[in-house]
Ligand binder design. Structure first.
Ligand code: 5AD
Ligand code: SF4
Length: 460
């Protein structure tokens, strides 16, 4: 055809100030998910809307994770893919935020010079100012300063991924320095957010229709704000907020799980009876080397206490296999705990040495094949335990918060039980956000099936 393309298609697009697009990819944990929601919220203020097409964007941000080496390597391979887009659109800005940004700082800029912005974990709320700086300064901007306090509106202005269920950050950082873990380095020392601000945020979410909040932090059991409000105090206050039906919290450290908190599951009806309690290893010797400061016996006591108080309590955990020096006998002790406790689910990982951590300097690193073999044994065993526990739920009626369409069948809906299990069942999509009674009819590896009781709608 004789039609010419507009001379400079991208230039034209950039003339419209209020029509900017950001492509954002999130790796890692709930903290990062929450940081991504905050990024999108702050960016919206300066006219950025989200796009799912990187080639259409004016800004690309990778919000990164460095908990294990695999996660970190993924960042570099993903960045490589986006590099070529700069040839087509020289005005494109590429940013890296989150844990790899914090950990690597200037080094990241050296390794990938086409990166314009390195935004550390305590600088998320400064994103707009940093973008401005990066567009003026062609050398790129690195913002990795840590701060000992949380600024007033640091956690506000978010775009929510799921309307009915929201993560709410209650603290930042970790002081535990478990010997394998990079988080105290990438997220800095523990700082708790003011309870009043957390509660304001939750009240705002409730007004917009959020039914479930998950209070998140690396070690929420040590939450304490300047006014002396601790986690139990915060949960009690959050439970008074009208519209909020369910409250969860992650992650707990077994050493800090207080009796007061355990009893809260009876006191506060809205508190969901699910606890994620990372064990990491079933060998006291390994736990000591990990600097976890509890014994297997102490861990088991807490599990027992929870289960004897609450029959319906769901408990999940994290396990690392192949920590330096882990013998076959140590691993067998972990397996013994796995078989004895019968967790509802576990998240299991091969130990990955992280730069600067104490464990990375230990002797006795375990060969990769041994780690893989142990992981397989662990996961195979847990898979059948999870399935058996799910099958035991068949016939039970549980309340389910409908979150959206089922991933398996678009005509069905998916939701979660209070014990955090996914249930798929036929129901009108319009019921999204409602809590309904569902009778469990089938159990699979990662989900349950059910039928919902239409009459239960009348009482909610
Ligand atoms: N290698 C393997 N797994 C790790 N985790 C933390 N650091 C490492 C590491 N270096 C796991 C722990 C933690 C979870 C979030 O990630 O089990 O609880
Ligand atoms: Fe890492 Fe331990 Fe802190 Fe958890 S408690 S974030 S494993 S250092």
């Amino acid at each position: 055809s004789g039609l010419k393309k507009p001379l400079n298609f991208t230039m034209q697009k950039h003339l419209k100030e209020d029509d900017k697009k950001v492509f954002l990819e999130t790796f890692g944990c709930q903290m990062n998910e929450n940081d991504s929601e905050r990024l999108l919220g702050f960016l919206r203020e300066t006219g950025y809307e989200r796009t799912l097409a990187p080639e259409d964007s004016d800004l690309i941000i990778l919000n990164t994770c460095s908990i294990r080496d695999k996660a970190e390597q993924k960042v570099y391979s993903t960045l490589g893919r986006f590099r070529a887009l700069k040839d087509v659109n020289p005005a494109l800005l590429i940013g890296v935020s989150g844990c790899v940004a914090q950990q690597e700082g200037e080094r990241l800029m050296k390794r990938a010079p086409y990166v314009d912005l390195v935004v550390g974990t305590a600088n998320i709320h400064r994103i707009n100012a940093l973008i401005k700086e990066a567009s003026l300064n062609k050398k790129g901007v690195v913002a990795t300063a840590m701060s000992a306090s949380i600024e007033k509106d640091e956690f506000s202005r978010r775009v929510q991924k799921t309307p009915y269920s929201a993560f709410v950050s209650i603290m930042r950082g970790c002081n535990n320095f478990c010997s394998y873990c990079i988080v105290p380095y990438t997220r800095g020392p523990e700082v708790s957010r003011a309870a009043a601000e957390v509660l304001d945020e939750i009240a705002g979410l409730a007004e917009k229709g959020t039914k479930e909040v998950t209070l998140i932090g690396q070690n929420v059991n040590s939450y304490e704000d300047a006014g002396g409000v601790n986690l139990t105090g915060l949960i009690k206050k959050a439970a008074l907020i009208e519209g909020i039906e369910r409250i969860r919290f992650v992650t707990s450290h077994p050493k800090d799980l207080s009796g007061e908190l355990i009893h809260l599951f009876a006191e506060v009806e809205k508190l969901c009876r699910h606890l994620h309690l990372p064990l990491q290893s079933g060998s006291d010797r390994v736990l000591k080397a990990m600097k976890r400061v509890y014994t297997v016996e102490e861990f088991l006591k807490k599990v027992e206490q929870l289960r004897s108080l609450y029959q319906d309590m769901a408990i999940t955990t994290d396990i690392i296999v192949g920590f330096p020096g882990e013998t076959d006998k140590d691993f067998e002790e972990t397996m013994k705990v796995i078989r004895a406790v019968r967790f509802d689910n576990i998240f299991s990982f091969k130990y990955s040495p992280r730069p600067g951590t104490a464990a990375s300097r230990l002797k006795g690193h375990i060969p990769r094949e041994v780690k893989s073999e142990r992981l397989k044994v662990l996961q195979d065993t847990q898979r059948s335990i999870t399935l058996e526990r799910s099958e035991a739920l068949v016939g039970r009626t549980m309340d389910v918060l409908i979150e959206g369409r089922s991933r398996h069948d678009a005509s069905e809906v998916a939701g979660r039980t209070r014990t955090n299990r996914v249930v798929n069942f036929p129901a009108p999509q319009a019921l999204r956000g409602s809590i309904v009674d569902v009778t469990i009819t089938g159990a699979y590896q990662n989900s349950l099936r059910g039928v919902y009781n239409e009459r239960s709608l009348l009482c909610s």
